[in-house]
Structure formats: C-alpha cells, structure tokens
Design a protein around this ligand. Structure first.
Ligand code: LMR
Length: 398
C-alpha cells in the first residue's frame, strides 16, 4: 500500500533544526528557526512562567478534558490582550476566542472555517511570507494568491505595490496580514499605512486575517496591536490567529488562539459554533498546560509585571543584537550596506544573502539560516557575533 509514496522534502525551517541537531561541529550556530536565545545562547523558561507553573502544580486538581474552545478565563485574557480590555468589541460580545494548539493550530482551524463557509474565497498572503502559510491553507484546498510587500533592492516595504496588489483583491476574499514583526522581513507598515490598508479593506470588502505571533517583540504589547486595532475601526469582521510561543517562550506547550470578530453578537455566536466544529474534528479540544500558565500570568498583577519586564528585555536584547551585527560586519570590512537590519523589528530580517551564500554558510561555517536568507536575529549573541560576521564576510568575498 505504501510502496508508491515518495519522501516529502524537508521542512524549510524545522528541517533545518533537524540538520543542526545532527551537525557535530562544536561551534555551530542556529539562526534558522524563530526561537529566542539569551546572552548565553540558551532558551530558558521565563521566571514568570516558572512561578506560574509552581502555582499550578499546587492548585491543579484534574486532568479532565477542556471544552472544545478552552477555558473562559484564558479566552477572556486573550481578547483583552488583543483588543485592550475596555474595547467596545468585548463589551458588545462581538468577538469569540477559541484556545488552539499554537498559532499554527489557529491558522489551520481558520483555514478549515474559511474553506467550509467562504468556499469561493482565495486567501492572499504577502510576498514573501512565513514558509508554512501557503502549505497550511493549501492543505484544506484553499486557493492561495500573493500580494506585493517587499522591495528587495531598497530592503523596505514596497507600500505602493502592496496597495496596488490589494486593490485587485475582490470582495469576499481573505487577506492575511502579519500583525507585527513581519516574518520573514522584519518590516511592518507604519500606523499611517495601517490606516490606508484598513480603509482599502473596507472599500474592497475583503476579510482580514491577522497572524499575530510576535506581540511585544516589536515596540511593546499595546503598540504592536496597532495594525489589527486600526482595522477594527474600519472593518466589522476579522479573524485573528495568535501565538504565545515567542512572547511567553512557551514554544513546546503549543499555546495559541483563534479569535473571530463579527458585526453583531448573534453573528459572532453562530460563526463561533462552526469554529468549534472545525476544532472538534481536528484535535477535539486543546492541551491545557500552556494556556493555564498564560492565564495565571495575565490575570495576576505581580506575575504580569514580571512577564512584561522579561518581554521588554527580550525585545531590547534583539534590538542590541541588530546594532551589534551591523557594526561588527562593518568592522570585519564588509562593504555591502546592512544598516537596514538595525531599522527592522522582531526576530527576523531578510539578509539578502543568496541561496549559494546561505549554503556556504552551512557547509563551510556550520551557520544555519533559512534558504530564503532569513536570519533569526534573536539567535545572535555577543559570544557568537565575531564568528558569525567573519563567516558572512568570507562568503560575501567569495
Ligand atoms: C519560524 O518562523 O521560525 C517559527 O514561526 C517557527 C516555525 O514553526 O516555523
């Protein structure tokens, strides 16, 4: 039965992590997958998370199933984080949140929901986008199109082309936006550009789907929500897939959520029952632990302020690494201008390195970056910076 099955190609991001694990070079550096590293090169459990877990060990009294949509306290905490706790949408019951296994789980449920209830819709993703977006949407049979985003020469957002592409998107289609810290480019629209995009969405009548995986890694928790909150002033409907992998460091707990915003409370309730069906037929109900940790932190003043401090220090360290990277490359005699990297935000930047240069970094220097040239700046440290920049200088001068 299985003899005709061909092996699938390695995943462009997680496949790289597998190759990295097998590399025996003691000086190897992994700047592939989007995982935060501290100054020692470790991905530690946040102190706020540890403290929340200690409380949970004492207080948890069952391992029985959660409901399909997860715990109410978690779902309310997610909405408050996305919209701000006093947002009209919450008061009017126009949004419902389902706890999902990670942000990818949320995207997958969103994809199934769109395929089932908006079967004619094409989903539009930025060019470039996260390497898994297309595959998630195509796996449910959705048509995926792409819209202009990145100016590879100027290393900036090509906003005019983005507007021009999105002006072609017909009513009833879905457009995916990265809420902040665009993956892979590290370039986001400005507040004024978000406003223009939101107005365009309203004029065209397309449904925005926000992928919001890095809240707090750009400018701050509130600041990073500006895109989706601006849209909400113009568009009555939205889907939001968010993740707590990065901002709580809860990568392997798989904790995220899918939120639907509808025009009225009645529409939101009805649509949410369909989202629950998609979850039920997919993974039945979500895993509890990560969401319990997030809820404990978000609803406790002391834990929350500790977490916000830890998040700010992750954000600041990444920003420092951006500057250090640019300066160290210069000090190593690299003439190519990399200053754009210090202007970008979040974990990633597009380096502009060619596929050959990426391959040489891996083969000759045991430095792993994604084939597209995406660098995980959050994996850089003061200790690996010299080695990294020397290797980049070497591949650039080949
Ligand atoms: C990434 O883009 O590296 C992360 O979102 C991890 C993943 O699942 O690809």
């Amino acid at each position: 039965m299985f003899e005709h099955i061909q092996a699938a190609p390695a995943d462009p991001i997680l496949g790289l992590s597998d190759a990295f694990r097998q590399d025996t070079n003691p000086n190897k550096i992994n700047l592939g997958v989007g995982v935060y590293k501290d100054e020692q090169g470790a991905t530690p459990i946040l102190k706020s998370v540890k403290q929340a877990e200690e409380r949970l060990v004492d207080d948890e009294n069952t391992k029985s199933y959660l409901s399909i949509e997860g715990e109410k306290a978690y779902r309310s905490a997610v909405k408050a984080l996305l919209f701000g706790k006093d947002h009209d949408i919450i008061a009017k019951n126009r949004a419902h949140t389902a706890h999902t296994p990670g942000g990818t789980g949320a995207l997958r449920v969103a994809a199934e929901f769109i395929k089932k209830h908006l079967p004619e819709a094409t989903i539009w993703v930025s060019n470039p986008t996260w390497a898994n977006h297309q595959a998630v949407f195509q796996s449910v049979g959705l048509e995926v199109g792409s819209y202009a985003y990145y100016d590879a020469n100027a290393k900036t957002l090509d906003f005019e082309s983005m507007l021009a592409s999105l002006s072609q998107v017909p009513e009833g289609d879905v457009v995916l936006f990265h809420g902040c810290c665009h993956n892979p480019t590290g370039i986001d629209p400005t507040p004024a550009q978000w406003q223009q995009l939101a107005k365009l969405a309203s004029k065209q009548g397309f449904l925005p789907l926000f992928d919001f995986a890095y809240q707090g890694f750009g400018n701050g928790l509130e600041e990073d929500a500006i895109g989706l909150r601006t849209f909400l002033e113009e568009t009555p409907e939205m889907l939001i897939a968010n993740s707590f992998s990065k901002n709580f460091g809860l990568y392997n707990e798989r904790v995220g959520a899918l939120t639907i915003v509808a025009e009225t409370a009645e529409q939101a309730s009805a649509a949410f029952t369909q989202i629950k069906r998609c979850a039920r037929t997919n993974y039945s109900n979500p895993p509890s632990h990560g969401a319990a940790v997030v809820t404990e932190i978000l609803t406790d003043d002391q834990l929350r302020s500790l977490w916000e401090m830890e998040l700010a220090s992750m954000r600041q360290r990444i920003q420092e690494m951006r500057t250090l990277f640019v300066n160290t490359l210069r000090a190593k005699g690299v003439e190519q201008d990399f200053s754009f990297i210090s202007k970008q935000q979040g974990m990633f930047s597009f380096s502009g390195l060619t596929p050959d240069q990426v391959a040489s970094l891996k083969e000759d220097h045991a430095i792993y970056i994604v084939g597209s040239g995406r660098l995980n700046v959050a994996g850089m440290t003061k200790n690996n910076m010299e080695q990294l920049c020397e290797a980049i200088a070497a591949v650039l001068s080949k």
